[in-house]
Write a protein that binds this ligand. Structure first.
Ligand code: AMP
Ligand code: ZN
Length: 466
């Protein structure tokens, strides 16, 4: 299995630290509002990575945090006249509802930054003891960036260029030794939540939170660390500096980053107003469509969100679900239990192999979906009301297995029950007898909209999913 590693900027063969086990840390959202569809991208992508590892037999220890102390949360709490806890608890619950709708599996552990403060204090202490960090008079603790020789290795930035870029910036009022130094602990301001520490009553910096939560739940060295590409610098670069300085070992072997989600070809931003929450989208679409849309592109490419592309994702997903509905219908009404199965087995194996080779190539979900489409086309041509239940069952199992690896649910929740279809067909027959062709056509169109085509045959009306 090959993974594009941001560290080497190359696709590398994946080798786990421990045979059969994968440890993954994915930076989670800051919880001060409903999550937006940009936040949903890493959730969906890395959930799919996890599902593929699980399909391959790995035991995945998947950790994704909630950042529940932050300036934005404090601001929102002040606006509402409430506490940060109330805000973060509310939006963690809402985020979990959205994740469920997107069929994102709950992480093995979802740590919250505010519950891990003592670990952060320990790591900061270690960094101070080792000479990697220092306290200033106002009770701030900074990381001594230049002390970590490999600084810049993830973002491929040269430390001297970074310094030169900021030489003109006025850093008056800060007592940092060097412009590049970043905050590990900051003293409280009036009205802010705070914790006791050896340096001041205050709160941790954002970067140290992830270093500590990854260490506590996954160990000093982990297999995969992931997040959106905006996190490469400075967040992940700083996490590496802290963790490797404190622990003395490589922090993560593979760094995976998803590209950004844009709207109408522009960067999605709250201030520009071109911004959708997952909740907004759920009012118009089943969230499975959003998941399918995200997986239709390669995760490292930028992805443009537009109404047309969502409609085309919906049509694509419908094609798969219709094929599945049709298989279920034929299976439940199969006249033959057994028909020759060798060819069906070979064809399934061929499409599964195509799917796997796409996923093994740095999780190319776009090509994996193409393999599913090809499989669906093959199935649609191969099955009819003479097909044996054994063959139908094989297709049902394989198709739902492949979709399941992508976290796509093929059983439609809003699927029209068979009895309702039969009732509408009977009603149409009565309407036709009464020469009420208008009603008869209405019923046919209504069913067609749901993907069900009627066929008038000598043996009566038959139907199938199209
Ligand atoms: P935040 O809440 O901003 O810390 O973001 C949580 C996760 O969502 C991080 O992995 C971000 O990189 C990712 N993210 C935020 N905005 C976008 C976007 N527009 N497209 C893709 N990923 C994003
Ligand atoms: Zn993080």
């Amino acid at each position: 299995m090959k993974i594009f590693n941001t560290l080497s900027r190359n696709k590398e063969e994946f080798k786990p630290i421990e045979d059969g086990v994968v440890s993954m840390y994915v930076c989670g959202p800051t919880v001060y509002n409903y999550i937006h569809i940009g936040n949903a991208r890493p959730m969906i992508i890395f959930d799919t990575v996890r599902r593929y590892f699980e399909y391959k037999g790995f035991n995945v220890n998947y950790v994704s945090n909630f950042t529940d102390v932050d300036d934005k949360i404090i601001k929102k709490a002040n606006e509402e006249g409430t506490t940060c806890d109330v805000i973060s608890e509310r939006y963690i619950e809402e985020c979990k509802k959205d994740m469920e709708g997107l069929n994102v599996l709950p992480a093995t552990t979802h740590p919250k930054a505010t519950e891990e403060i003592s670990g952060m204090i320990d790591m900061i202490n270690t960094l101070i003891e080792k000479g990697y960090a220092y306290k200033t008079d106002d009770g701030t603790v900074y990381f001594r960036t230049r002390e970590f020789e490999e600084y810049g290795k993830l973002s491929h930035k040269n430390i001297d260029d970074l310094e030169a870029g900021h030489r003109d910036i006025n850093v008056k009022g800060e007592e940092k030794e060097d412009y590049l130094d970043f905050v590990l602990w900051k003293p409280k301001k009036e009205g802010e939540p705070y914790w006791d520490s050896p340096w001041s009553e205050g709160r941790p910096g954002w970067h140290i939170e992830c270093s500590v939560m990854a260490k506590k739940y996954l160990g000093d060295c982990i297999d995969i660390h992931a997040g959106g590409e905006d996190l490469i610098f400075p967040h992940h670069e700083n996490e590496i500096a802290q963790s490797e300085s404190a622990n003395g070992v490589t922090f993560a072997n593979y760094w995976m980053h998803n590209g950004f989600l844009n709207i109408d070809n522009k960067k999605m931003s709250k201030s520009a107003g071109n911004f959708f929450t997952v909740r907004d989208i759920s009012e118009k679409y089943d969230l499975q469509v959003l998941r399918f849309f995200m997986l239709s592109a390669h995760y490292r490419n930028p992805l443009n969100f537009s109404a047309e592309l969502m409609e085309s994702a919906k049509a694509g997903l419908d094609r798969i679900c219709n094929a599945y509905d049709n298989l279920m219908y034929l299976y439940e009404n199969a006249r033959n239990d057994i028909s020759p199965i060798e060819e069906a087995k070979n064809a399934s194996a061929e499409y599964i192999a195509k799917f796997e080779s796409a996923m093994e190539d740095d999780f190319n979900t776009a090509d994996a979906i193409s393999a599913i489409f090809e499989f669906v086309r093959y199935i649609n041509q191969d099955v009819n009301d003479q097909t044996g239940a054994n063959v139908l069952k094989l297709y049902i199992d394989k198709l739902s297995m492949l979709c399941g690896i992508l976290g796509i649910i093929v059983e439609r929740e809003d699927k029209i029950p068979d009895e309702e279809i039969e009732r509408l067909i009977d009603e149409r027959q009565v309407a036709r007898k009464n020469k009420d062709y208008k009603r008869a056509d209405e019923i046919r169109d209504e069913l067609l909209k749901k993907g069900i085509a009627l066929e008038d045959t000598r043996e009566g009306v038959k139907y199938k999913w199209v």
